[in-house]
Design a protein around this ligand. Sequence first.
Ligand code: ADP
Length: 236
Amino acid sequence: MAGRFIEVENLGKQYETSVPGTPPALQSVTLAIEQGEFVAVMGPSGSGKSTFMNIVGLLDSPTSGAYRLNGEDVAGFSTDELAHVRNRVFGFVFQGFNLLKRITAAENVALPMVYSGTAGAERRRRAQELLDKMGLGAYGAAMPNRLSGGQQQRVAIARALANHPQLILADEPTGNLDTQTSGEIMGLFTELNRETGVTILLVTHENDIARYANRLIRFKDGRVVHDGAVVHEGAA
Ligand code: ADP
């Protein structure tokens, strides 16, 4: 498994459905992300953030350029390999939590392990362990609609962690939360990144949220216009 964790080179995306003459959603995006990084992606609406996240998350494919994951060109991945990476290597967290409403919090956390073939007893053990870690140990049997937004997002983060991913892709994860709860969720991401070394790629339009990351990538008109370290106050 030679190579860098994530490497995109001259990545471009032109949607087939876009109006003729519209500039590409992404153009000439070249960057690498190493294991353990905590990266915030910012930029105005329509600048290509979601397109970039969808391509990195293997939910969509580019129309030009290359994407290598752990040194392997993903263009060569079979449907099964793509599904495997999305389920085992990546964990997804969304603005709207996206929990299944008719099953309990613990069953939501366990779901990715059903797809990965983990045995029932181990699924339940791991789900409880993750809920404990998220401060929700007593809520495993709760239905999602009985939980606050912040609690639902913590269940969603636990679910994203179920299969020990290398990368968490988080799309506006605090977009539906109040300021204090947003801070708590960002504190959790920071702790996970520090303690487990999981790589985090997070889209946000709020400076206060981006500040939790260690690196900021800013998009404009489908291009990267800034890519640099986030300076933390009081850091040595
Ligand atoms: P952001 O996430 O920064 O708001 P997007 O990646 O969603 O930006 O969009 C980038 C550009 O691509 C925009 O001009 C948008 O209108 C266009 N776009 C996004 N998704 C589609 C799609 N499915 N079909 C056609 N155009 C799209």
